[in-house]
Design a protein around this ligand. Structure first.
Ligand SMILES: Cc1ncc(COP(=O)(O)O)c(C=O)c1O
Length: 389
């Protein structure tokens, strides 16, 4: 990658930046002063209820990350050795790790070239009698075709675990993401639209799955039942882990949830300016803009373009960064990674759409803190760099 031009740090446009203000500082200070620091405490419980009401989800458990939420979901689904779980190769590595941690085998399926989520027309190619679950993701906060996956999963008798790590606050067909699957996970990592540094949520609409989840969530005990007054002491009743979020972080996250509309409006403004500002380049065939199906109301999590070749993407990426504009690529396919090839037997060429998308995709800076001037600078630089000036 070429060296950055002599640009003062104050002129560098970061790829992503959390939006944290005095309200977040006050909320954390109040939590500390009141002694609300434990996991699954009063602040976290109240926030989980509020989040459930906000997004039409019956049960919410706040977790330390989406990774934890997905691990919890796979344990609730009783996934084990000899089972197979289908997921995109073009996704975050945590999803495959969550499958491995159950002793099961991750099986990679192809994505759609238009929307970069699991291709429902290709999904059944990889379903076998051992398949127990599928984990689709909403790439960039644009709702994936959940109704198609659910139809296939219902027919095949497998569970849908919805990876809504990027999907909070977005809708498909008027329904909030996170509420479709048998279980789902949100992420509040520092790069996500709402953040508490590291955090997540386990979600389910189903009472039976929630009953199992809350035991695993609380170290394999019936502590949750005890706090509801359903048993007079709590004890170990099965295998579990510690999946709770501290109230200090829940306090911070509560403020972020209050600010969701404003944060999304700011992101949308940037997204739409990029879309309009780069439309000439798209018309000239120099790049492709993201596709948002009519049925989707996104949360403006990612703005990406696709360049005509991997070499061109690498050139544009290096030149934008040299100008102090921190563009970046995205997921490196899991199937052709060192682990995917050595341990799971995949090869380069097995998933051509995934490989081409990964090689040609470039993400532009997108966060609520970008100024109009920053956005103009990004658009102008893209014009110059892509046209080779
Ligand atoms: C699609 C997807 N799934 C899962 C995760 C894991 O989220 P977390 O960092 O909260 O564990 C991420 C985070 O980047 C993600 O983008």
């Amino acid at each position: 990658m070429s060296k950055r031009a002599d640009i003062p740090e104050s002129k560098v446009i970061p790829f992503s930046a959390p939006s944290l203000g005095e309200d977040e500082v006050r909320a954390v200070a109040e939590a500390l002063r009141s002694g609300a620091v434990g996991g699954d405490g009063p602040l976290g419980k109240a926030l989980a209820l509020r989040m459930g009401e906000r997004f039409g989800i019956r049960h919410v458990l706040l977790t330390p990350s989406a990774t934890h939420a997905l691990e919890l979901a796979l344990q609730v689904a009783d996934i084990g050795p000899d089972d197979e779980v289908v997921l995109p190769s073009f996704t975050f590595v945590s999803v495959a790790n969550a499958v491995l941690r159950r002793g099961a085998r991750p099986v990679f399926a192809e994505i759609s070239d238009a929307t970069l989520d699991l291709d429902p027309d290709r999904l059944e190619e990889v379903v076998t009698p051992r398949t127990r679950a599928v984990i689709p993701a909403h790439y960039g906060g644009v709702g994936a075709p959940m109704e198609r996956y659910q139809e296939i999963a219902g027919r095949q008798g497998i569970r849908v675990i919805e990876d809504a790590a990027q999907g909070l606050g977005a809708r498909r067909g008027g329904r909030w993401l996170g509420g479709f699957g048998d279980m789902a996970g949100f992420s509040f990592h520092e790069t996500k639209n709402l953040t508490c540094g590291e955090g997540g949520a386990f979600l389910t609409q189903r009472d039976d799955l929630f009953k199992r989840a809350e035991v695993i969530y609380e170290k394999g005990t019936n502590r949750s039942q005890f706090f509801r007054g359903e048993v007079d002491k709590y004890t170990w009743i099965g295998p579990g882990g510690s999946y709770v979020l501290s109230d200090i972080l829940a306090a911070l996250l509560g403020v972020q949830l209050d600010r969701m509309e404003a944060l999304h409006a700011a992101r949308r403004r940037v997204f739409e300016r990029y879309q309009a500002g780069l439309s000439d380049l798209a018309r000239e065939g120099k790049l492709q803009l993201p596709v948002i199906p009519d049925v989707c109301e996104p949360n403006w999590h990612v703005f990406y373009v696709r360049l005509p070749s991997g070499e061109e993407r690498d050139r544009v990426l290096a030149e934008m960064r040299r100008r102090g504009i921190m563009c970046t690529f995205h997921f490196v396919p899991l199937h052709s990674s060192p682990f995917g090839s050595a341990q799971l037997g995949y090869r380069e060429g097995d998933l051509p759409v995934t490989e081409a998308v990964s090689r040609t995709l470039l993400r532009l800076p997108l966060h609520a803190g970008l100024t109009d001037e920053d956005v103009s600078r990004v658009i102008e630089a893209m014009g110059e760099v892509v046209r080779g000036r």
